[in-house]
Design a protein around this ligand. Structure first.
Ligand code: G16
Length: 539
């Protein structure tokens, strides 16, 4: 008798000699070697849904900031969170099984290990970004889902955060935790309305130019704008780099990763001094802001800046609402956070800072332990999450005077404006605009809160990046042996020096970060550490 799972797997055979890993953000590599992985991810998604009694699981086909020829896939848990680590391991194992029979056996092994009823309903939501390979890879996932007998909702093109939003809405629909209407229109209406309420009649100064990395964020932002208050009353947005008809232009010389890594505006940028700009990445889950100052010098306002701006604003609102004694705010960063940002949060804002390894899931977990957890990676990936107790307190609190009532209403609108399922460039962008409007700040005032230490981020290509192992939230290498000592020696030679190296989870490279008191010292330190990494990686 024919076995649909074996058949689906055989239809998309795995290339020989490749090892796949569910990394920082799912499976991610060259699109032309991903077909087999996508089919198997379909099977895992169906199993995960069945293990959760038919809750909706998300499958997002994207390689986010990576080049156009890459693609990837990640799974989303019922509340819009990243996949549980145990299931990441299962996904990796499934992706590396040799053939249909082995895959089918593993499928059954998982079912028996986790006591999954294979007749129970499985529900899976799929969406993709605008990469040329997306349609083919979607077909591969669907073959896996069909073979596993899953019910599928295909949302077509979505930003990654929109997919997370859909998953959360579908699973909470009709409950007291209902997150919203699980449609694109529902998404725009929810965030558009919250933006209007949170502004409280204030108008952001000037306009905002948004570089969409020629990715899915472009058309979605155009839709969102239709649901925002008219530009005469609120924010004027100029959309640039939104060419999704030419997928080979995705993330090329534009987008959040380009701007953050190169510390300059996209070469196509035509904005003048003081003009506020921001860049999304290829699937619109990251955003960084920037502008040219009065001397025409490029100034970056990255994820660290968003975190400090938002944490200080929410702290003010909590205080003004009279809730400072019961609600504690904390900030979660990674090793990439600029030393000056960490110092500003601890010493000026007087808030607790946690440091976790790279990857949203790590930051999210740490933020979940806080009443209000503000988490951002320096690359612009992040959001704010509120604990259930905090949400309840804010919902029930009776204000004692008009000042408290005003702050409380701003807080409530911010809760609606922030996509709490995952970092969302569009929602984060609107939140920043709300805060700037409330403070009557332009980008220069925002920048003036503290001075970043000069820093440099480099990518080093090595033979095998898996030999680079870290500890202490990726701030120290444990392997290759002796390398950390050499890095420490270089760091000690510069003022306010700090540097670390870690294997990327999304690209075949080792990343090196360095900061120091001056630009020359930071550049020099980054170069020296890169050389050490290159040497250690070539043996
Ligand atoms: C993904 C992850 C981020 C991470 C980034 C770079 O972002 O979701 O948490 O910071 O990759 O990771 P790595 O340094 O390990 O390559 P995105 O926007 O590409 O999905």
């Amino acid at each position: 008798m024919s076995n649909p799972i074996v058949e689906a797997v055989q239809k998309h055979p795995a290339p020989e000699g490749l090892q796949y890993t569910y990394g920082t953000a799912g499976f991610r590599t060259k699109a032309d070697v991903l077909d087999s992985v996508l089919t198997r991810v379909g099977l895992v998604a169906a199993l995960r849904s069945r293990s959760l009694k038919g809750k909706w699981i998300g499958v997002m086909i994207t390689a986010s900031h990576n080049p156009p020829e890459d693609n990837g896939v990640k799974l989303v848990e019922p509340l819009g969170n990243m996949l549980q680590e145990e299931w990441e391991v299962l996904s990796t194992e499934m992706a590396n099984k040799a053939n249909g029979d082995e895959v089918f056996k593993f499928y059954q092994d998982i079912a028996s290990k986790y006591k999954i009823d294979l007749e129970a309903p499985a529900r899976v939501v799929v969406a993709r970004d605008t990469r040329a390979s997306g349609a083919r890879l979607l077909g591969c996932v669907q073959d896996g889902l069909k073979a596993a007998g899953a019910e599928v909702k295909d949302y077509g093109f979505l930003t990654t955060p929109q997919l997370h939003y859909m998953v959360r809405c579908l699973n909470t629909e009709g409950t007291k935790d209902a997150y919203g209407t699980p449609t694109e229109k529902g998404y725009y209406e929810k965030f558009g309305a919250a933006f209007k309420t949170a502004l409280k009649g204030r108008k952001p100064s000037g306009s905002l130019t948004v570089d969409c990395a020629n990715g899915v964020g472009g058309p979605k932002l155009v839709e969102l704008i239709k649901h925002l208050p008219p530009k005469e009353e609120a924010l004027e947005i100029h959309v640039v780099n939104d060419n999704v008809i030419k997928p080979e232009s995705l993330n090329v010389d534009c987008g959040a990763d380009f701007v953050k890594t190169n510390q300059r505006a996209p070469p196509s940028s035509k904005t003048g001094p003081g003009d506020r700009c921001c860049s999304l990445d290829g699937d619109a889950d990251r955003v960084v802001f920037y502008f040219k100052d009065s001397s025409n010098v490029f100034r970056l306002l990255d994820g660290d800046r968003i975190a400090t701006l938002v944490a200080s604003f929410l702290g003010d609102q909590v205080r003004l609402a009279g809730l400072a004694d019961t609600i504690r705010i904390g900030v979660v960063q990674t090793a990439y956070a600029n030393g000056a940002a960490t110092q500003y949060v601890e010493q000026h804002l007087k808030l607790k800072v946690d440091c976790t390894p790279t990857g949203v899931k790590h930051l999210h977990h740490a933020a979940e332990k806080l009443d209000i957890g503000v988490y951002f990676e320096a690359n612009g990936h992040g959001t704010v999450i509120f604990s259930n107790d905090t949400l309840e307190q804010i919902a029930k609190y009776e204000p004692k005077n008009p000042g408290q009532a005003e702050a409380l209403s701003v807080l409530r609108a911010c809760i609606d404006l922030i996509n709490q399922s995952v970092g969302d460039a569009l929602s984060d962008m609107l939140l920043v605009e709300v805060v700037l409007a409330h403070k009557s700040w332009g980008p220069q005032e925002w920048l003036s809160t503290y001075t970043d230490l000069p820093n440099r981020l480099l990518k080093v290509l090595v033979k095998d990046r898996t030999i680079f192992k870290t500890t202490d939230a990726e701030r120290k290498l444990t392997s290759p042996e002796g390398l950390q000592k050499q890095i420490d020696a270089e760091v000690s030679k510069v003022r306010q020096g700090r540097s670390f190296a870690r294997a990327s989870g999304t690209e075949d490279a080792v990343r090196v970060y360095a900061e120091a008191a001056t630009k020359a010292e930071a550049e020099d330190l980054a170069r020296k550490v890169s050389e050490l990494v290159k040497q250690a990686g070539s043996s």
